[in-house]
Design a protein around this ligand. Structure first.
Ligand code: NAG
Ligand code: ZN
Length: 326
């Protein structure tokens, strides 16, 4: 094997570099040779194929091939109903490995945890044991994926939401590794305040499980509106991307260029629950199953939402002046 081949391998491998940056782990993911990048995003999916999960997976495979995707983003609630029992829970194979089988989906998956994942062994999903079973899997609490084109900040939003601590109802949440008391989300916030300032990428996205704005079943997440949104608004974030509501949705912030994109329709959907309050900026809402694609170049972002038949239901096209490297 030649040295240059090895070098190329190193540079193009999806987890090529890993450095401590502020507190957040940072993963470099290079863009394509033509400096473009594309990925698929889905959320709220792991039900052993049921509730159209397999149909969504099939269409993701086709769209993934057409767009020659670089990776997949999961917005959390990865395994229903109660996360994984342990690293050896066969739900991992039954709901992930054996479902997303298309060639085009054999890429790195970057995942965050959702509230349902915290009802099981949350740390099991973060475990390297899963990565050994299926090398596509990477789930961490908060981290950054960077390429020259885009920086994506992944945020663990469940600990922000007070009601999981104050009114857990019949559910048990696994706060192992976080602390039994309401965790201090201050560190995550500090990291998020620091990291985007250093970002030189043309596009900036933030991924979290919970909604900031949504007209679906759960609606807006007040804690994130109060604590997270001001940071995003102050740091030129282009997209906030989430799951939690089992729908597809596009809302524009009325006070900044931020676009709120919900892709939480990976399996059970059709809640029939559309909130009447706070519909400001609503562009698109679909109550059924589906997923989302993101295609980026230096000057253009194209985001598309698909249903279980692969139909494009909604497109968001956005453009920017090319970066000037001064
Ligand atoms: C699966 O998708 C089809 C088409 O959108 C829909 O009619 C059907 O109700 C869905 N099934 C479930 C279980 O949600
Ligand atoms: Zn959720």
């Amino acid at each position: 094997m030649s040295i240059s081949f090895l070098l190329t391998l190193f540079i193009t491998s999806s987890l090529s570099s890993l450095s401590a940056y502020a507190q957040l782990l940072r993963f470099s993911h290079s863009s394509k040779h033509d400096a473009s990048l594309s990925f698929l995003m889905l959320g709220d999916w792991g039900r052993r194929g049921a509730f159209n999960q397999s149909q969504v997976a099939f269409q993701m495979g086709k769209v993934g091939e057409r767009l020659d995707i670089d990776f997949v983003v999961s917005t959390g609630d990865n395994f229903y109903d109660n996360g994984l029992i342990s690293e050896h829970d066969n739900a991992f194979a039954e709901s992930f490995t054996k479902i997303y089988t298309a060639e085009s989906l054999q890429k790195q998956w970057y995942s965050v945890l959702g509230n349902h994942d915290y009802r099981g062994d949350a740390e099991a999903q973060l475990s390297p044991v899963l990565r050994e079973m299926d090398s596509r899997w990477l789930c961490l609490r908060s981290f950054i994926v960077d390429s020259e084109l885009v920086d994506i900040f992944f945020v663990d939003t469940t600990p922000f939401v007070e009601k999981y601590f104050t009114e857990p109802q019949k559910h048990k949440y696994d706060w192992g590794g976080i602390g039994p008391q309401k965790p201090d989300v201050g560190n995550v916030i500090k990291d998020l305040e620091l990291a985007p300032k250093e970002s030189r990428a043309q596009w900036r996205g933030v991924v979290g499980h919970h909604t900031i704005r949504s007209v679906g079943h759960h609606g807006d997440t007040q804690e994130l509106v109060e604590k997270l949104l001001p940071i995003l608004q102050a740091n030129n974030i282009d997209f906030y991307m989430n799951g939690h509501d089992h729908c597809l949705e596009h809302i524009s912030d009325t006070e900044s260029p931020i676009q709120f994109l919900t892709s939480g329709a990976g399996s059970k959907a059709w809640s029939g629950d559309l909130q009447q309050m706070n519909r400001r900026g609503l562009n698109f809402f679909y109550d059924g199953q589906g997923f989302m694609s993101v295609q980026l170049t230096q000057t253009h972002a194209t985001i598309e939402f698909y249903d279980v038949f692969g139909n494009v239901l909604h497109t968001l096209a956005s453009s920017k002046q090319p970066h000037s490297f001064m």
